[in-house]
Design a protein around this ligand. Structure first.
Ligand code: AMP
Ligand code: GLY
Length: 420
């Protein structure tokens, strides 16, 4: 049975998912709503948060729908589609609270004995400051709600911690996402992201990656949505991964009935893996790093989950043993004051073969020419038999692409990515 597939979203993650789906023998037509310059052959002009229009489109076109970003999940896209009997791969609004409310997520971890940093939740800034003072400011302050990966501030002293609380709760840098904050113990170690596909009762491992969230080389500067990633993650032995799947991911799926991509962000500490966060979706740029390594079909398990309610029938994924390194090229001013509208030059000099994959995010085409239209613009993934080789390939391609104000990190795949 070949199906039409609708992918909701407009980022590099959605470009990577659409690219992977396009290789499936099970797909007939692909649509991306609203998509970006890289998916222009598949785009339909419906915003990712326009649930009614998406629903009408999927119904009329008889599509299987895969949801990329968190915003439509939080708005209840999946609840809405299910009510209409439309096949959709993603979590309900209630399940997506694992990501959309950090307070809910931390309480869930605590109630279910999942390993995570100690924390307290506050809706009053003075109380949050008193608590962080009592911890000598050696803490992490997190806005409760969605803030595109930017609402987390890692602090090292009282002054920084006080400023973080004020920025989020008083100045409302992330709007109402900061009405409540979580103040948590700062963990040391290296970070890894573990992806899984879930069918409501079981989970299938879907790769690991290391994301580089800080804006600047050497893991300095503010947190961003992600400046690059590599896959597979170094420093995650097979037996630890097994523990993560059996003791963290699968119990979470069973307890919540989660369907869709589940992203577990972990800190590998001296006491073992600790959960930093759950995301109710594939990571971006993790998808751009992981999917080129996936040799087996992605649509087969998605269809099994959506039509049979179980991943069971689909065989476990096959992986290339090559490494990938994905470098994000972003607009001037990202992540705070993004400048867009610059013409992107040099794309045509990048050969999207020979281990190079160019995934678009904030791009649009006008009169056949590409322009920047968002903070993160292009993700270049290199693939080779070593991480060093993959990074070399990615950066050689990055060097050919440019626009006014373009910015990227020069150490993806080489930074230690550790919190001391
Ligand atoms: P989150 O969105 O909760 O994953 O946080 C974003 C980033 O902040 C993480 O990728 C870590 O680099 C950092 N971070 C979050 N929580 C902690 C913690 N408890 N200790 C140290 N760093 C953290
Ligand atoms: N790369 C981090 C995220 O997708 O949340």
């Amino acid at each position: 049975m070949r199906k039409d597939v609708l992918i909701v979203g407009s980022g590099g993650r959605e470009h990577a998912i659409a690219w992977k789906v396009s290789q499936s023998p099970l797909v007939r037509n692909i649509f991306v709503a609203p998509g970006n310059g890289g998916t222009r052959m598949w785009n339909v002009p419906i915003q990712a948060t326009d649930i009614d229009s998406l629903c009408n489109f999927a119904e009329k076109q008889d599509c299987l729908t895969i949801v990329g970003p968190e915003a439509p999940l939080e708005l209840g896209l999946v609840n809405h589609f299910r009510k209409k009997g439309l096949p959709v791969f993603g979590p309900t609004k209630e399940q997506a609270r694992l990501e959309s409310s950090k307070a809910f997520s931390k309480e869930f971890m605590l109630d279910n004995g999942l390993p995570t940093a100690k924390f307290k939740t506050f809706s009053n800034p003075e109380q949050a400051i008193d608590y962080s003072d009592s911890m000598e400011g050696n803490i992490v302050v997190k806005a409760d709600g969605l803030a595109s990966g930017k609402g987390v501030m890692v602090c090292s002293n009282r002054e920084e911690a006080r400023n973080a609380v004020r920025t989020i709760m008083v100045e409302k840098a992330f709007g109402k996402a900061g009405n409540v904050v979580i103040v948590e113990e700062k963990l040391s170690g290296s970070e890894v992201s573990v992806m899984a596909m879930c069918d409501g009762s079981d989970a299938m491992f879907l790769g690991t990656a290391v994301d580089h969230k800080r804006l600047l080389d050497g893991d300095r500067g503010p947190n961003t949505g992600g400046m690059g990633a590599y896959s597979p993650a170094a420093g995650l032995p097979e037996e630890v991964l097994e523990v993560v799947m059996e003791k963290i991911v699968k119990p979470t799926v069973r307890k919540t009935g989660f369907t869709g991509f589940l992203y577990t962000g972990l800190m590998m500490t001296a006491e073992g893996p600790m959960i930093l966060e759950f995301n109710a979706r594939f990571g971006d740029p993790e998808a751009q790093a992981i999917l080129p390594r996936l040799e087996s079909d992605i649509l087969d398990p998605v269809m099994s989950a959506c039509y049979e309610g179980s991943l069971g029938g689909s065989s476990s994924p096959k992986w290339s043993n090559l490494n990938t390194c994905s470098v994000i090229m972003c607009s001037a001013g990202y992540p705070l004051h993004v400048k867009t509208g610059a013409e992107i030059k040099g794309l045509k000099f990048v050969d999207s073969e020979n281990g190079i994959f160019v995934f678009h995010s904030g791009t649009r085409f006008q009169d056949g020419r590409p322009y920047t239209s968002g903070g993160r613009v292009i993700c270049v993934t290199g693939m080779a038999s070593s991480l060093e080789g993959a990074s070399g390939i990615a950066y050689a391609a990055v060097g050919k692409i440019h626009w006014e104000g373009e910015n990227h990190r020069t150490d993806i795949g080489r930074a230690r990515n550790e919190v001391p």
